[in-house]
Design a binder for this molecule. Structure first.
Ligand code: DX5
Ligand code: ZN
Length: 230
């Protein structure tokens, strides 16, 4: 369906108080908790080499810990070079959604989707701002389809970046083709960008800095929900 799902990105929370930050968001009206999994630097310094993104965040042990504190839907976004290696540990840890990137899954997305479902998780596919939308069509149309497409609206790696409006063409194309698909947007969403995303057809909204930085997160969540539902 195309219900609104508002998903605060826990990357902007106080990681040292993750359980209470999660409760705070759920009490503020969040539907999902968005968990950003990043596999970090390979070689820092002058070589500037990294795995999928140049930042290192959290892994399955943190999901497992958080799961003990909440039954909430944990929307896991895996910005990692080898997502298949994370399926089993995330399934065991209690992840709800498992969204992998199409850029690193050209050869094994069918195996990935099968494994994600076998572990009781909901499969999603994400794409970076520079990746053409056509690349996810086979994953949405196959006989074992993904259940969500995450259109990145910033370059993956960090919270607090500026929304890229040009990515809305991809959201529009997806929504036109798939009226009932869950379409998630992630990066730079907040009161000033939500209408662009919602009118393009996004229904799952990730927001980190705009929610955690607000004096009243419930207001921001409510405003974004209204934009999607109207
Ligand atoms: C970026 C992450 C996002 C990020 C969003 O790589 O995927 O989920 O935390 O944060 P904001 O809303 O601050 O752009
Ligand atoms: Zn994310």
């Amino acid at each position: 369906g195309v219900e609104a799902k508002i998903a605060p990105s826990m990357l902007s929370s106080d990681f040292a108080n993750l359980a209470s930050e999660a409760q705070r968001m759920l009490h503020s009206g969040a539907d999902w908790l968005h968990m950003d999994i990043m596999d970090g630097l390979l070689l820092a310094g002058r070589f500037k080499k990294w795995h999928f993104v140049p930042n290192l965040t959290i892994g399955a042990p943190v999901i497992e810990s958080l799961r003990k504190h909440t039954p909430a839907y944990l929307d896991c976004h895996l910005m990692v070079t080898n997502p298949l290696a994370y399926v089993e540990p995330f399934g065991k840890a209690g992840a709800s959604g498992f969204t992998f990137h199409v850029e690193v899954s050209k050869d094994n997305w069918q195996e990935l989707v099968e494994n994600i479902k076998a572990k009781g998780m909901r499969p999603g596919v994400a794409l970076k701002p520079g990746t053409p939308i056509e690349e996810v069509y086979p994953l949405v149309e196959g006989n074992n389809p993904v259940e969500m497409v995450l259109v990145m609206t910033v370059e993956p790696g960090f919270g607090g970046q500026k929304f890229m409006p040009e990515t809305m063409d991809k959201v529009r194309a997806l929504r036109k083709k798939y009226p009932s698909l869950d379409i998630e947007v992630d990066g730079g969403l907040g009161p000033s960008t939500i209408d662009a995303a919602a009118s393009a057809g996004a229904n799952c909204i990730v927001a980190g800095s705009s929610v955690f930085g607000a004096p009243e997160p419930a207001h921001v969540i409510k405003l974004m929900r209204k934009s999607v539902e109207d």
